[in-house]
Design a binder for this molecule. Structure first.
Ligand code: GLU
Length: 310
C-alpha cells in the first residue's frame, strides 16, 4: 500500500554538498520522519556535463554519515534521473499534444543550463522571445530546416497560488513573473522543471522540502503536475544559509562536506545546524534522530541564516 506521506531528498551531483544543502536535507528528513512518512532518495543527475560520479557517491555517503536514512531510491538506478528519460519524453509528448510547448530557436536558449534547478543569480528565463509567436508555417519551416532548438513550456498567464508550509501564501503569474521556461534543451536533455514535476508525481511524493530559493519554481511545478493529471505535493521551503548576504553555492566550492567531515562529528554538525535554524536552544552535539520527536516548523526560522552563526 502506498504511504500516506512521502518525502524526498533530491540533490544534484554537481558538487559536494555545502552547509545549506545539509540543512535542507536535515529538515526534509525531520519533516518526513516526524510524520512517519516514507523517504525517497532521487539522484538529480540530469545534466551529463555537470554530474560527476565522485559527487554521486559523496551525496549518499554524506547523508548516511549525518544519520539521515531513506526508505527507497538511490542506489537503485530507477531513481536516477539520467535513467528516466522515457518518462520525461512521454510527459513532453503530452504537453506537445496540448500545445503547451513550442520550439525556441534562439541561441540564448541553447546556452541556458536549464537542466539545473534555477538558483538566484542564474539566468533561467528568456522573457517573451519571438519564438512563442511564430505562426505554424514559420515554425514548421524552421523545424524542417534542422536548425538547433530548445523546447519551451508555455507557462500560464494567470495567478497561481501555492500555500507553502513554512512561508505561507505565495502567488505568482508564471508567464509574467518568470517567463516561459525551457523543458528540453537544444542538446535533447530534459530540463529541471519538467523532470522534477514528472518525478515527484511518479514517485508519489506528497511533501517537498527544499531551500527557499526554489519557492519561485513551486507554482510552475504545481501547475505542471496538475496539467499532467497528477496531484501536486505540499511544498515546504527552508531558510537559506547566506554568506555576505549571498547564498552558498556548491558550484563556488563554499564550505563543503569534504571540509566539514574533517572538522566535525556528525552530531556536532547536526547540533550546529539545528541551533542555527532555530530548532534548538544550544548548538550542543545531537544525533538527528533525537530531534525527530520535538521537530516543528514553527520553531524553524523564516529569515535567512547568516553563515557567521556557524
Ligand atoms: N536538484 C535540485 C538542486 O539540487 C533540487 C530540486 C528540488 O528539490 O526540487 O538544486
Amino acid at each position: 500500500m502506498a504511504a500516506d506521506v512521502v518525502g524526498r531528498f533530491a540533490p544534484s551531483p554537481s558538487g559536494y554538498m555545502h552547509l545549506g544543502n545539509l540543512l535542507s536535507m536535515l529538515l526534509a528528513w525531520l519533516d518526513c520522519r516526524r510524520l512517519g512518512g516514507e523517504l525517497v532518495f532521487r539522484m538529480e543527475d540530469l545534466d551529463p556535463a555537470r554530474s560527476k560520479p565522485v559527487y554521486i557517491e559523496a551525496l549518499a555517503d554524506d547523508l548516511r554519515w549525518l544519520g539521515l536514512d531513506w526508505d527507497r531510491g538511490w542506489p537503485d538506478g530507477a531513481y536516477a534521473q539520467s535513467n528516466r528519460t522515457a518518462l520525461y519524453a512521454e510527459a513532453f509528448d503530452r504537453l506537445r499534444t496540448q500545445g503547451l510547448v513550442y520550439p525556441c530557436f534562439c541561441t540564448r536558449a541553447e546556452r541556458l543550463a536549464a537542466a539545473s534547478a534555477p538558483h538566484p543569480g542564474e539566468a533561467e528565463f528568456d522573457r517573451g522571445c519571438r519564438c512563442s509567436h511564430l505562426d505554424e508555417r514559420e515554425r514548421a519551416a524552421l523545424l524542417s530546416s534542422g536548425r538547433p532548438h530548445a523546447w519551451k513550456l508555455r507557462c500560464p498567464d494567470r495567478r497561481i497560488t501555492v500555500v507553502d508550509g513554512h512561508y505561507g501564501v505565495f502567488t505568482q503569474n508564471p508567464a509574467r513573473d518568470v517567463g516561459d521556461c525551457i523543458v528540453r534543451r537544444a542538446d535533447g536533455v530534459f530540463a529541471y522543471q519538467l523532470a522534477v514535476s514528472v518525478d515527484d508525481m511518479a514517485m508519489g511524493v506528497t511533501r517537498v522540502v527544499r531551500g527557499r530559493d526554489l519557492l519561485a519554481s513551486a507554482p510552475r511545478q504545481q501547475w505542471l503536475i496538475e496539467t499532467l493529471g497528477g496531484t501536486a505535493p505540499a511544498y515546504c521551503h527552508a531558510p537559506l544559509i547566506t554568506a555576505d548576504g549571498g547564498k552558498l553555492s556548491k558550484r563556488l566550492g563554499s564550505l563543503s562536506t569534504q571540509t566539514l567531515r574533517r572538522t566535525h562529528t556528525p552530531e556536532a554538525l547536526v547540533g550546529k545546524l539545528a541551533w542555527m535554524c532555530g530548532l534548538t536552544d544550544s548548538a550542543a552535539p545531537v544525533a538527528a534522530k533525537e530531534l525527530v520527536a520535538g521537530f516543528s516548523w514553527e520553531r524553524v526560522k523564516t529569515a535567512d541564516i547568516p553563515l557567521d552563526l556557524f
